[in-house]
Design a protein around this ligand. Structure first.
Ligand code: URA
Length: 474
């Protein structure tokens, strides 16, 4: 195999064979294929795309490039979840204990936040004493004992992805759906769970800004997961507005604990329950309605909160801080942001709101930056709400007082307030399983998500897909 020939083949739009893809990934990971040839291949993939089989083969080759976790000792109900990232997305802290309390097994490695989106490990580390670095034995022991362990990435999962991503980043080849899908799924496959639920976010705070792109990515990842023998599904959820009312690590932990105790914001509860129900469905706990019932019950009877508390204790954390948020890190300074006029909030730029949280200290600009677990934002009013001039619409929390004034003016510039209210967006746009791929051209549509016509089109496509054979979706 000559890399030159493979580049030529892809440039002409011909599919690569599994052994060609394997040799290419191995050669690149070992340093035998130079960056300039791989960069040409990546660009050819951007223009020519990949078939479902090529995406699966690329993903499997990338997953096999490093450690592959074997979770079979934990039984067949292991289930993982992945979010494509968002602002205020603390659903892992809610869905995973729900699923564990309802019989699932969750041995999950999570990431840290980078840029405007938060990371689960950062949120967990705001719980005093909690360790996210466990040995393999301790990781398995916590899952055996509590049904759930959430830790940071250990070992080297999919090193080919790390190298490829670095090259994509500097060659304008990040935004290729086959490459994004292979990148995400290679790490999920290597992490070893039997089932995988993907939360693909769309909107102003998401990586996928349009619903059409989110659908296409979801379909690609579901096809890869199923092709690799894992039960895989995706939900497309809204990230045009931050999820819940808290943005920032300790604030988000407190809010997630509220939801686990039957309180908390309705949007966060709805998305978390839908994700949990789909995770339970993937591991065969019943149809969607039954799984929704199981998920709601795990909150109502307190078992999900007890499961999370048990995990925190088993990982050395102070479980008392979960019921008493004053024991979580608290910022020294708080400033209210006030509306400048009467009207309705018709748009919140979630990405810019995430950047404001970073500015306050909640996120990191580079992998090496330190973060302030107490810093963040509490959203008092959100898209669709009526506001009066002078009324508090958000609270900013920081340990450095000088950050508050610039953050307040940036926060205001991330909002649009108008005289008339706006159309309400759904929280959950679509569920994608291998049987329910929409059959219309919606995936080719690149219009922004705000279009009501596009929503109708996708809803119709999903309804059609369901009629044509997705019996299990319920
Ligand atoms: N997240 C990933 O892990 N990989 C990508 O390519 C994009 C987002």
């Amino acid at each position: 195999m000559r890399m030159y020939d493979l580049i030529t083949k892809k440039k002409r739009g011909e599919p690569l064979a599994a052994e060609e893809i394997r040799a290419m990934v191995e050669g690149f990971t070992k340093g035998e294929i130079p960056d300039y040839q791989m960069a040409a291949m990546l660009m050819a993939i951007c223009f020519r795309s990949m078939t479902e089989e090529e995406m699966r083969d690329l993903t499997l080759a990338m997953a096999a490039s490093g450690d592959e976790v074997d979770l079979s000792a934990l039984g067949s109900a292991t289930v993982d979840k992945h979010s494509t990232g968002g602002v205020g997305d603390k659903t892992t802290l809610i869905t995973c204990p729900i699923v564990a309390a309802a019989g699932g097994r969750i041995a999950k490695m999570s990431g840290r936040g980078l840029g405007h989106t938060g990371g689960t490990v950062d949120k967990l580390e705001s719980i005093p004493g909690l360790s996210t670095t466990l040995s393999r034995e301790d990781f398995f022991a916590v899952v055996e004992k509590t049904g759930l362990s959430l830790i940071g990435q250990s070992g080297e999962l999919a090193p080919a992805d790390k190298k490829l991503y670095a090259l994509r980043d500097v060659t304008a080849t990040v935004d290729s759906i086959p490459l994004i899908a292979a990148s995400i799924m290679s790490k999920k496959l290597a992490a070893g769970s039997a089932a995988i639920l993907l939360d693909v976010k769309t909107g102003s705070g998401a990586f996928m800004k349009t619903l059409a792109d989110a659908m296409e990515l979801a379909r690609a990842m579901v096809a890869i997961g199923e092709g690799a023998g894992r039960k895989t599904a995706a939900i497309i959820t809204d990230m045009d507005v931050p999820l819940g009312a808290a943005v920032g690590n300790a604030l988000e932990v407190a809010e997630a604990m509220d939801v686990l105790q039957g309180k908390g914001p309705a949007d966060l509860r709805e998305v978390s329950l839908a994700l949990a129900a789909d995770m339970l469905r993937l591991i065969g706990r019943g149809d969607f309605a039954e799984c929704q019932r199981l998920a709601a019950e795990a909150i109502e009877n307190g078992s999900a909160f007890r499961t999370f508390s048990a995990m925190v204790e088993a990982q050395g954390g102070d479980a008392a801080s979960l019921a008493d948020p004053t024991k979580l890190p608290q910022a020294a300074f708080c400033r209210k942001v006030r509306a400048e006029r009467d009207g309705f909030i018709v748009h919140m730029d979630a990405e810019r709101i995430g950047q404001v949280a970073c500015l306050l200290g909640a996120g990191r600009e580079t992998k090496e930056s330190a973060i302030d677990h107490a810093a963040g934002i509490r959203l008092v009013k959100k898209t669709g709400d009526a506001v009066k001039a002078g009324e508090a619409i958000a609270e900013l929390h920081a340990n450095d007082e000088s950050l508050l004034a610039p953050a307040a003016s940036r926060y205001l510039s991330a909002l649009a307030i108008e005289d008339a209210p706006c159309e309400k967006r759904p929280l959950i746009f679509a569920r994608v399983t291998k049987e329910s791929f929409p059959k219309t051209g919606a995936a080719q549509d690149r219009r922004p998500v705000m279009s009501g016509a596009l929503l109708e089109e996708v809803r119709a496509a999903m309804a059609q897909g369901a009629k044509e054979g997705d019996g299990a979706d319920g």
